[in-house]
Every structure is written in structure tokens, then in C-alpha cells.
Ligand binder design. Structure first.
Ligand code: HEM
Length: 405
């Protein structure tokens, strides 16, 4: 199989269940590959991916990219492109500066008691459900619950509203990235959810205008109301919606991937539980070994090159983050899970100007979750076959049954 065939196989077959042999093949003979049939290049090496992420000549697709690939996008509310992850240049710097306030060291650290309390109550719920040796689905009962609760706390969504809010947020996420639906159905679902979420956030903003609180929505409302051009209405709404998507999918997968590794590796489980390996180091290696977001994408704003491969203006470069994390030029024995590795690190939160805004929050959630979980359920074990998220973009589980006693 040549490189082009390996790349196609990654995107077209069941390779998602184990992409790593494909990555290894690609990494063995290069940093970057052209795939002219898809008018793209694929960066697979750590250095190539990092250089693209840091180079301002490579932009996120945003409105310009969609005008090229899907000109009807403006008719779809869910495809609105004013969130921080869709902006380039000075617009990106301006909006990111505002959003960063929600993720300051102080604010993230301040969420720790709430994260610990939510974790404890979810573990209690699992304990009740699994008391008689019944299998409990860790994804449904824990991994989906914790990040959603945390993002609601961060934005400032009142507990009383969460029953209404949650199905809308789920529809948005399933619509945008659910790989088990026909594309048109998925988009219609995401569009309808976006319209209702925008109505919900507009009403909540009115409420916070009258009675500000110490939450993200109050901060953003004040900035928008200043009317000095720092934040438009569309930016206000799109950024709240993107946090839901970012908060729902990625940390969920980090939690599932981490638990699956603990279930498969009793020695690591004991080491983390007894503090021989810190939960933070464990989480860092889970991020490297099983990147929740496997793919990134950039668009070249001008003719350039990556890893010696010419890239023409307007064409896309796919970043195989999951491959970069297993690059033997960057990591010794990259296919070995080793939370004690001296060359720790990864591309899992991206890099450069779009580096993940929620990285510290995700790390904190996972660290708290795994320490409390191992304390509470030292004998946790797999209880049957798990099911992986389909497709090459995300790495995680839809279903991960465990037995806790
Ligand atoms: C394990 C969990 C997470 C992973 C693996 C992850 C991964 C990433 C990656 C790879 C990027 C860069 C995308 C690119 O460069 O194109 C990114 C950006 C971003 N992430 Fe995360 N993320 C996680 C958790 C979160 C959480 C919890 C939030 C918010 C609550 C969040 C909010 C964002 C935002 C707003 C951006 C865009 C930043 C920008 O464009 O300037 N992420 N994330």
C-alpha cells in the first residue's frame, strides 16, 4: 500500500478502530504527503504539524474556506462563523482576548471544588447503579455528564434550566459531528438547535444585564453592550455555542480513553492510585497516546510548503494530530503507553494562536475525575465489549461498560 492508499484507507474504511498501524506506516517514510485528488496535503510528523499550527500563513477555514467548499453555508444557522475557532488575524486576536477571561488561571482553579463535587455525585450515582454487580456505562453515567455540568457552570446556565438546555446542546453536537446520520438530517438538526440556543442565550443575557453574576455570560454581555465594536451580537452567540461543542465532545473522549487505558493496565492503575504516577502525568500521557481530536485542518493563504511538499494558495492541509503524537522522531518508543516518559508532551490541544482555550480546564477535570474514581472504585473492571466513536476525526468511546464491585 502506498502513502496515498494508506491515507484513503484511514478516511474510508474501519481504520478508525485502530489507525495507529496506518500512522506508523506514514511516519516511517515522511513528514507530509500530497494527495492531489483531494487537493490537500497531509502533515503526519510532529514537526510538520507544529510548524503549520504556528505559521500565520496557514489559516483556519472560517468563512473564506466555506465559500470555497460549501457556498450555501450562510443559509445554515449552525454554520455561522463568528466564533474564535473560525476567525483569523486581528478578529481572532480580539475575540480570543475576550474569551480568555473565562479561562484565566484564577477562574479555572476556582472551578475545582465544583468539579470535585460533581465528580463525587456522579460516582455515587454509578455506585448505586452498579451495587449489585450490574454493568454501568461509564460514558453515559460519567464521561458525558461531568464536562457538560462544568461548561454549564462556567457559562452561567442556571441549574433549573439545564433540563431544557441539555437536549438542545446534544442536538447541536450530534447534528454537527454525529457520524451516524445522513448529512442533510444532521445539518437540519443542528440548525434547529442553534436557533433555539440563540433564543435561550439571548433571554439569559437579558437576565444577566439586569443582575450580573460571576460567570462568562455576564462578562460577555457587558462587553457586547459597551457597543464599542469589541464583540458583535453574532460573535456573542457563536462563541457560546462553540463552547458547548468544544466542552461536550473532547473532554468526554479524554475521560473515556483514560478509563479504557486504566482498565487494560492494572500496573498503571495501581501506580496512579498510590501516587507513584501523578494523575496529572497520567492524563498527559492519555492525551498523547489517544488524542481525543485526531485531525486538524488549515488553509494556505498563499503559495507555500510543508515538510518539503508544495502547497498552493487556497488548498487545505490536514493535520494528523494522532499521528504526530506517535512520531518516533519526537517520542522514544511512541507506541508504548508510559506516563513516566521524560519526553512527555503532545499536539492534542493544537498549538500556535488557536491553542485550545479549554486545555487547563480539561486537564483539571480529568485529573480530579481519575483520582476520585480510583479512590472510590479501586476494583473497577471492564464489563463486556466497548464501542468506539466512528470515523477518523475523534478518538473515544460511545459505550464503555464497567463493573465497579
Ligand atoms: C481533552 C479535551 C480537549 C481537547 C483534546 C481539545 C482540543 C482542541 C484542539 C486540538 C484545538 C485546536 C483546533 C485548531 O487549531 O484548529 C482546540 C481549540 C479550542 N478549544 Fe479545545 N479541546 C479540549 C477541551 C476544550 C474545552 C473543555 C473547551 C471549552 C470549555 C475548549 C475550547 C476550545 C476553544 C474555544 C478552541 C478554539 C481556540 C481558538 O481558535 O483560538 N476545548 N481544542
Amino acid at each position: 500500500m502506498d502513502a496515498a492508499e494508506t491515507l484513503r484507507a484511514l478516511f474510508t474504511s474501519g481504520a478508525a478502530s485502530d489507525p495507529y498501524p496506518h500512522y506508523a506506516k506514514l511516519l516511517a517514510s515522511g513528514e507530509c504527503y500530497p494527495l492531489p485528488a483531494w487537493s490537500s496535503a497531509f502533515a503526519v510528523g510532529y514537526a510538520a504539524i507544529e510548524s503549520v499550527l504556528r505559521d500565520p500563513l496557514f489559516e483556519v477555514l472560517g468563512a473564506t474556506g466555506l465559500d470555497q467548499s460549501f457556498p450555501a453555508w450562510r443559509e445554515h444557522p449552525s454554520m455561522s462563523k463568528n466564533a474564535v475557532n473560525d476567525l483569523n488575524g486581528s478578529d481572532h486576536t480580539r475575540v480570543r482576548g475576550l474569551m480568555s477571561r473565562a479561562f484565566s488561571h484564577r477562574r479555572v482553579a476556582g472551578l475545582e471544588p465544583a468539579i470535585a463535587a460533581t465528580t463525587a455525585s456522579l460516582l455515587e450515582d454509578m455506585a448505586v447503579r452498579g451495587a449489585a454487580g450490574e454493568p454501568v456505562d461509564f460514558m453515559r453515567r460519567f464521561a458525558y455528564q461531568l464536562p457538560v455540568t462544568v461548561i454549564c457552570d462556567l457559562i452561567g446556565i442556571p441549574v433549573a434550566d439545564r433540563e431544557t438546555f441539555r437536549p438542545l446542546a446534544t442536538d447541536l453536537v450530534v447534528g454537527l459531528i454525529g457520524q451516524r446520520r445522513p448529512k442533510e438530517d444532521a445539518l437540519a438538526l443542528a440548525d434547529a438547535a442553534t436557533v433555539r440556543l440563540n433564543e435561550y442565550f439571548t433571554a439569559l443575557a437579558d437576565d444577566r444585564r439586569r443582575q450580573p453574576r460571576d460567570d462568562l455570560i455576564s462578562v460577555l454581555v457587558q462587553i457586547r453592550d459597551a457597543g464599542d465594536g469589541r464583540l458583535s451580537d453574532a460573535e456573542f452567540l457563536d462563541n457560546l455555542n462553540v463552547l458547548i461543542v468544544a466542552g461536550f465532545v473532547t473532554t468526554v473522549n479524554l475521560l473515556g480513553n483514560g478509563l479504557a487505558l486504566l482498565l487494560a493496565d492494572p500496573a498503571t492503575r495501581t501506580a496512579v492510585r498510590h501516587g507513584d504516577v501523578s494523575p496529572a502525568a497520567f492524563v498527559e500521557e492519555v492525551l498523547r497516546y489517544e488524542a481525543p481530536v485526531q485531525l486538524g485542518i488549515r488553509r494556505a493563504a498563499a503559495d507555500t510548503e510543508v515538510g518539503g511538499i508544495p502547497v498552493s494558495a487556497g488548498s487545505a492541509v490536514m493535520l494528523l494530530i494522532g499521528a504526530g503524537n506517535r512520531d518516533p522522531r519526537r517520542f522514544a518508543s511512541p507506541d508504548r503507553f508510559d506516563p513516566r516518559r521524560p519526553d512527555a508532551g503532545s499536539l492534542s490541544f493544537g498549538g500556535g494562536p488557536h491553542y485550545c482555550l479549554g486545555a487547563a480546564l480539561a486537564r483539571l477535570e480529568a485529573t480530579v475525575a481519575f483520582s476520585l474514581l480510583l479512590d472510590r472504585f479501586p476494583a473497577i473492571a471492564a464489563a463486556g465489549e466497548a464501542r468506539r466513536v466512528p470515523g477518523p476525526a475523534f478518538r473515544g468511546f460511545e459505550f464503555l461498560p464497567v463493573r465497579i464491585s
